[in-house]
Design a protein around this ligand. Structure first.
Ligand code: AMP
Length: 293
């Protein structure tokens, strides 16, 4: 491993990760352990989460687990990219000291339909309306991973805005002693949010995919310019995306950033977020931006 980098421990079992975390925490148990859950295929967005985690914690644990319960029956579970050797390099370079790579059987010892965590309200709108079992899969695996790793804090990306909100709600409601940190979305130079799914885009689709970011920037510009009607901001999102021939819109919403309740007007009393999902070719992309920051 590169000079100056931390040694990386790779473990697969529950006992193994518990021992590694205990060692990472140190004999006085005084060090803070941070956690970054991922599905692998790590890119610069994941690396940023790990770097941020290293800034706010003494040791960083990364998990790489392609969670079957968050994929719907027609989704791309088998096709999901798996690039473990490269992922270990990215994780180590960004500052991880332990990587947890469990199998399905380790995470789900009694099968995939045993116990579920549901977060009503957040689970069934927007992404949850299109992917009805997705968020219970996410909430369940994150709670299981929190119980296995027992971190002091965990870092999630704003890229998956609804997901970080779901985790915050679950942790609050169930008194889970893990601090949640949200890191801003890391983008390509032209604004496209980094995503493991971007690799499926053809060159032409890749160019068209910037439309999500362009739509969000147009919405932000309108709000900065004084627009306060959420309906008109939705129209701007909608219109910008429909002008892109290769894109088809799934949803464009302007919502309360703490509850995801759709807004009628944008004002200083609550934080507003614009969220979009669109298909570019056969690849489904999501993005979001806070309004009036
Ligand atoms: P994934 O493995 O893609 O499911 O994501 C693992 C974590 O990385 C989640 O907290 C995501 O929100 C976060 N993430 C993914 N893409 C980005 C990005 N472009 N910028 C910041 N965080 C991201």
């Amino acid at each position: 491993m590169a000079a100056g980098s931390i040694d990386l421990e790779v473990v697969q079992t529950v006992e193994g990760i518990r021992e590694a975390v205990a060692r990472a925490r140190g004999s006085s148990a005084g060090l803070r352990v941070g956690f970054v859950p991922t599905m692998g295929a790590l890119h610069a967005g994941h690396a940023r989460l790990i770097e941020r985690c290293r800034e706010v914690a003494d040791r960083v644990v990364v998990s790489i687990f392609v969670n079957p319960t968050q994929f719907g029956p027609t989704e791309d579970l088998a096709k999901y990219p798996r690039t473990l050797d490269r992922d270990l390099e990215v994780a180590q370079r960004a500052g991880a000291s332990v990587v947890f790579t469990p199998t399905d059987e380790i995470i789900y010892p009694r099968g995939k339909a045993a116990t579920f965590v549901e977060v009503p309200g957040i689970s069934h709108v927007l992404e949850g309306a299109v992917r009805p079992t997705h968020f219970r899969g996410v909430a369940t695996v994150v709670l299981a991973l929190f119980e296995i790793v027992r971190p002091d804090l965990a870092v999630f990306g704003q890229k998956d805005f609804q997901q970080q909100l779901l985790i915050r709600r679950m942790v609050g409601d169930l008194h889970v002693p893990v601090e949640i940190v949200t890191e801003p979305t890391v983008r390509e130079a032209d604004g496209l949010a980094m995503s493991s799914r971007n690799r499926y885009l053809s060159p032409e689709e890749r160019a068209a995919a910037t439309v999500l970011h362009r739509a969000l920037e147009a919405a932000r510009a309108a709000v900065r310019g004084g627009e306060r009607e959420a309906g008109r901001v939705r129209q701007i999102l909608d219109r910008t995306i429909s002008l892109e021939r290769l894109a088809s819109l799934d949803y464009a919403e302007v919502a309360d950033a703490d509850s995801l309740e759709p807004l009628v007007s944008i004002d200083a009393s609550r934080r507003a977020v614009a969220l979009v999902a669109a298909r570019v070719g056969t690849t489904r992309l999501i993005d979001n931006a806070l309004l009036a920051e």
